[in-house]
Design a binder for this molecule. Structure first.
Ligand code: HEM
Length: 335
């Protein structure tokens, strides 16, 4: 067989296959009387949606985004925003609160084992406390105002009515937008100030082996921060970065990305927010209800010597060796 005859044979076989395959489709498009069936011949909407990434028209206004009539990914986004996010965030946040309540009922407030010595060690300087409280206050404001966007229409609207809810939501939205800048400043300060004390060390393994301070009969050694605190530091930094970048993409819509990017930014922002809130709820619990003597570290900047020896023995020894040893309760407070 010459090349040309071979080519014709292949062409014939392909045409035959095409005719056989398209016969049912052709029959479908023609009615029983052989006349064209307008419904079957038209393009199905679902088929269009599946094949195109979006349906765009032609418009005269300069804003090209206005030409998009249907963007199928928007339906998935809507399902995330109106269903998955509500359930997911509620389960994560309420579940964490429930776990913490169980922990409190089971363990109570962990006391300082040796009791208070009355002698104080300086734990955090003024700038360290400032960066912590700046970030913490803005986090709480961003969390509450953000949760109003997600849950306000179910939780607040039925209680305070539409007019009050509109006013609250408007103020709340401005608070969320503007406090974001303070949050980023706090986050950067925290990262710069505390990073040197949060690298993982050998003592962290020993801390885990000794039950992380939760087993009364054991002593878990630690430097300035224990492994649990180091994990909170790194997770907060990662979550803070993700939430800030996605938040600014939302705050300046379409400045960097198109509609799909905006949808991804909101998915990341909202999902990270729920997990971040859960993490910080745990952090707040240990710093207040969970452990005696912890809050004053960030409150006054000083801790009791016995607390320091119990929870951060290596750090306490270092401070004493450096000459930053305990002060009597009558000494002047930390700067
Ligand atoms: C740099 C920091 C941040 C910026 C720039 C920012 C910005 C934004 C913007 C622009 C929105 C969309 C509001 C709207 O739909 O009108 C939003 C929503 C939201 N933000 Fe933030 N945010 C930041 C940090 C945070 C933090 C720290 C949290 C949590 C503690 C948080 C929680 C939320 C929540 C829950 C929503 C609502 C998501 C939804 O249901 O649609 N945000 N944020």
């Amino acid at each position: 067989m010459t090349v040309s005859r071979y080519f014709h044979a292949v062409l014939f076989a392909a045409s035959l296959a095409l005719a056989i395959c398209s016969a049912p489709a052709l029959a479908q498009k023609l009615g029983p009387d052989g006349a064209p069936n307008p419904t079957a011949s038209s393009v199905q909407e679902q088929q269009l949606l599946n094949e195109l990434s979006r349906i765009e028209g032609r418009i005269d206004v300069p804003d090209r985004k206005a030409a998009v009539l249907i963007q199928p990914a928007g339906r998935m986004w809507d399902y995330f925003h109106e269903v998955l996010l509500h359930w997911g965030a509620a389960i994560v946040i309420l579940g964490t609160l429930l776990l913490l309540a169980v922990a409190y009922i089971a363990l109570g407030k962990l006391p300082i084992k040796e009791g208070r010595s009355g002698l104080k060690l300086v734990r955090f300087k003024a700038i360290e406390r400032f960066s912590h409280w700046l970030t913490a206050t803005s986090f709480v404001l961003l969390g509450l105002t953000g949760l109003n966007i997600t849950f306000g229409k179910f939780v607040l609207l039925p209680v305070i009515g539409p007019e009050a809810f509109t006013a609250v939501s408007e103020v709340s939205k401005y608070v969320h937008n503007f406090v974001s800048f303070a949050f980023v400043v706090g986050l950067v300060l925290i990262a710069v100030i505390f990073v040197k004390d949060n690298f993982f060390q050998r003592v962290d393994i020993e801390w885990v082996k000794q039950g992380g301070g939760f087993i009364a009969s054991k002593h878990a050694p630690a430097g300035r921060f224990n492994l649990g605190e180091k994990l909170v530091f790194w997770l907060s930094l990662g979550a803070g970065l993700a939430i800030s970048v996605s938040g600014f993409l939302l705050l300046f819509p379409f400045s960097v990305t198109g509609i799909f990017g905006m949808q991804i930014a909101l998915v990341i922002h909202a999902a990270v927010a729920a997990l971040f809130i859960a993490l910080i709820l745990g952090h707040i619990y240990i710093g207040t209800l969970g452990m005696e003597g912890a809050f004053e570290a960030m409150g006054t900047g000083e801790v009791d010597l016995n607390w320091a020896k119990e929870h951060h023995d290596r750090w306490a020894e270092e401070q004493i060796a450096k000459g930053n040893g305990p002060k009597s309760p009558l000494a002047t407070p930390a700067e």
